[in-house]
Design a protein around this ligand. Structure first.
Ligand SMILES: *Cc1c(COP(=O)(O)O)cnc(C)c1O
Length: 558
């Protein structure tokens, strides 16, 4: 049975149109519960204890994930194809539409390399219609290279590596001019960095108007999930039908489905929005700083999470960064770019390091060694904590408990180390789990960062805050002991229960494998609690400080 060929399908490879729809019994029955699947030679047991749903093939386009994508992009599933990243989407488009040795694609350099790469792999000619000198689309140049064998025109917006958004009217004009001839593939990988900030708009709402408009999106960049390999194509239903025939069998692995759903969960959305806003704000600050670096002649505007700069000498700039332990991407090989280097926006600490290296203030990154990351996930909490004992910033703490954030910040601040801690816990039940698990993870992170403890001070102690008096004595001995003496007259300080304070120090010291004595007296509970955390920070400052390379123990290990 052959279906009628509709819309832009007429431009696809004829052999794919003739090919029967790929159908597994699974795609016919769907994901309905209550049936016994003996159709795909799967095993009836999981591959290892604790595995979830790995014994079964996922469906071609898992329904729950489809729903999440449709919600995100405000589209119908008839217009959606979930792929292993935008890269696979590009490849499927090329394979679905371009006959080897016959057809061609058009790219607008300088641009993303995968369009040409996929075409070359498929034996398809690549034609170039370069961007204008200010990196805008050149519609005339595009139309000049398009012929009857042109199947795809790739437009990247915001463009990698130039960072600018393409004019949506030009994209619309192109769709009209190429109607019935070629697909206009708009790669919106970075669009979230442009929406709301630079007036960059997704062209997805134009889907209804243009049968030949195709949009690529991905979770790799603004959703921070490059390792997940998950993205999608948004196109007219007939193009979507065709792509699903080209797609690999079961292209969305089960763990990817679960992780992607977690990314789209209501809790996480706000978090990603905040992170994205921080990235944009950091990018703008870094751009200003880069303007003042001698070796950099020019910083192009950016609507993405990277910056393109023109260097006096691009390879010298990359070498200099490399010597400081940082890898940048030289883009000078791209047509239309000279001495150009692309810089991704990393963490605050990474950007500080980059600027220091480029200013010649730091060379080798010896100071990166004493750092450690702990990721801890239970049914009650998910925590990520990173410490760097040789840096004082940044300190970013978000446990969901305001006063606890403030207290943990005291530890990092007074100990003089960088710490980021994020916790997503079951606060709706009780703060207990979040408080305890953060202390456990922090203890483990500091212990991990201490490494073999060579050269450290090992001991620390400290003292007062107004009427409150605290004594903190600490030995990073590798053995746990806690002696905590405090009488709090109030059940809460801020949103932190005071009966949790001893618990925090217990979890922290146990996981740090430290001997910790804290005694506090006073009247004001806020002062008393804060004094404990500050005191611990000060004690840690002395204990973790590295001087020389000696093992501070006659045993030779700690
Ligand atoms: C990074 C990038 C991609 C690749 O995205 P994946 O979803 O990770 O495959 C696609 N297009 C552009 C412009 C990119 O920069």
């Amino acid at each position: 049975m052959t279906k009628a060929i509709t819309g832009m399908q007429s431009r696809a490879r004829p052999e794919i149109l003739r090919m029967a729809d790929y159908s597994s019994a699974r795609s016919l029955v769907g994901e309905d519960e209550g049936v016994v699947f003996l159709d795909a030679n799967e095993c009836a047991y999981e591959p290892f204890l604790g595995a979830r749903n790995l014994s079964r093939y996922a469906t071609q386009q898992p329904r729950e994930l489809q729903r999440a994508f449709c919600d995100w992009l405000d589209i119908s599933s008839r217009n959606l194809t979930i792929t292993r990243g935008a890269d696979e989407a590009i490849d499927c488009l090329v394979r679905g539409f371009c006959a080897p040795g016959v057809d061609n694609i058009v790219i607008c350099p300088p641009t993303f390399a995968m369009y040409a790469q996929s075409a070359i792999l498929q034996g398809v000619e690549v034609r170039e219609a370069p961007l204008t000198h200010d990196f805008a689309l050149d519609q005339k140049a595009i139309e000049a290279v398009v012929d009857t064998a042109t199947k795809l025109v790739f437009v990247c917006s915001p463009n990698n590596p130039t960072g600018n958004v393409m004019d949506v009217r030009t994209i619309a004009n192109l769709c009209v001019a190429l109607d019935g001839k070629a697909l206009v593939v708009v790669d919106e990988t970075y669009i979230e960095y442009a929406i709301d900030t630079f007036g960059g708009n997704s062209v997805i709402p134009e889907l209804e108007r243009f049968a030949n408009q195709v949009v690529l999106r991905t979770l790799s960049k603004s959703h921070a999930a490059a390792g997940l390999r998950c993205g999608c194509v948004v196109a007219a239903a007939d193009v979507t039908d065709l792509l699903r025939r080209v797609l690999a069998p079961y292209p969305v692995p089960q763990p990817v489905i679960e992780a992607a759903l977690a990314i789209f969960s209501a809790n996480n959305k706000g978090r990603l929005t905040t992170k994205r806003a921080e990235t944009i704000e950091r990018r703008n600050r870094v751009m200003e700083s880069l303007e003042n670096i001698d070796e950099i002649k020019r910083v192009w505007p950016s609507h993405a999470n990277f910056i393109l700069v023109e260097a006096r000498n691009a390879s010298a700039l990359c070498r200099r960064a490399r010597a400081g332990g940082i890898i940048l991407r030289n883009q000078s090989h791209q047509p239309g770019l000279n001495e150009a280097v692309r810089i991704s926006i990393g963490s605050e600490a990474e950007m500080t390091q980059l600027l220091a290296v480029l200013r010649g203030e730091a060379v080798a990154c010896e100071a990166q060694k004493r750092r450690h990351v702990i990721v801890r996930k239970t049914n009650e909490t998910a925590i990520a904590v990173a410490v760097n004992l040789d840096r004082e910033a940044p300190i970013n703490i978000d446990t969901g408990i305001g006063f606890y954030d403030h207290m943990l910040e005291q530890i990092a601040k007074h100990a003089g180390f960088a710490m980021t801690l994020e916790c997503d816990g079951d606060l709706d039940i009780d703060p207990h789990h979040s408080i305890e698990d953060c202390a456990i993870a922090l203890g483990q992170a500091i212990r991990g960062a201490l490494g073999d403890k060579r050269g450290i001070g090992r001991y620390g102690f400290c003292l007062p805050m107004d009427e409150a008096l605290v004594t903190v004595a600490l030995d990073l001995s590798g053995r746990f002991y806690l002696d905590f003496r405090a009488k709090f007259s109030q059940p809460m300080v801020g949103d932190l229960p005071t009966d949790m304070i001893g618990h925090i120090f217990h979890s922290l010291a146990e996981n740090l494998q430290a001997n910790l004595h804290i005694a506090v007296t006073g009247e004001n509970c806020h002062h008393m609690v804060e004094a404990c955390f500050k005191g611990l920070g000060r004690a840690l400052r002395q204990a973790i400080r590295q001087e020389g390379n000696d093992m501070p123990s006659t045993k030779g290990i700690l």
